[in-house]
Ligand binder design. Sequence first.
Ligand SMILES: C[S@@+](CC[C@H](N)C(=O)[O-])C[C@H]1O[C@@H](n2cnc3c(N)ncnc32)[C@H](O)[C@@H]1O
Length: 217
Amino acid sequence: MIVDERVSCYIKSLTAYNSDFLEKLREKALEAKVPIIKRETESFLKTFLLLKKPKRILEVGAAVAYSSLVMAETLEGNVKISTIENYEKRVLEARKNIKDSHYSNIIHLIEEDASKVLKELVEKEEKYDFIFMDAAKGQYINWLEPVIKLLNKEGVLCSDNVLQGGDIVQSRYIIERRDRSIHSRLREYLYELTHREELSTTILSLGDGVALTVLKK
Ligand SMILES: C[S@@+](CC[C@H](N)C(=O)[O-])C[C@H]1O[C@@H](n2cnc3c(N)ncnc32)[C@H](O)[C@@H]1O
């Protein structure tokens, strides 16, 4: 939790809900401890997508397809979404959730490891207006080059969990060993996002931390 808990709860209480289908899916995912997008991040994403109106979206990290269905519903189906997931158990659920929704014709689930898929998409010269990065945090830095190549000019990259709920600024001595390397890789990622000439990035203390990056013209 980055923002004071009471403020965060208050903001969440004002959040507009989704369709019953999506709210049930959200509840089920949370019960099963699937790490889906935080409510406040979801709210931000929805407003931002309505402003940006992307035609093609790529998501890295589908889980059970909750966030891709939120994006599809927000844009009323006027978008094509490709979403990547490699964890078999979640792939099966994502496949079913997409099939049961109104958006099976616009969401394409890519059931493979993101490193491989990103490389292939670059080779095919695919381009996206919006990329939602929400998978293994330690890999973000490795995926940055392909992701930049996949963005259209003035396209937007939205990276979730970049502050690890605020833990990224903690002293390395009070962080568990396994998280230390994730944190240093995330810091490296944030440095690249904020210092590269071709990018413009703002980091928001929203949810677990969100970086919003525009590929300049
Ligand atoms: C935070 S969850 C995604 C949540 C989803 N975006 C949502 O909000 O509904 C991250 C997902 O990324 C997947 N993932 C992690 N590393 C991956 C990789 N290398 N390739 C494909 N998927 C990966 C995990 O299995 C997990 O389901």
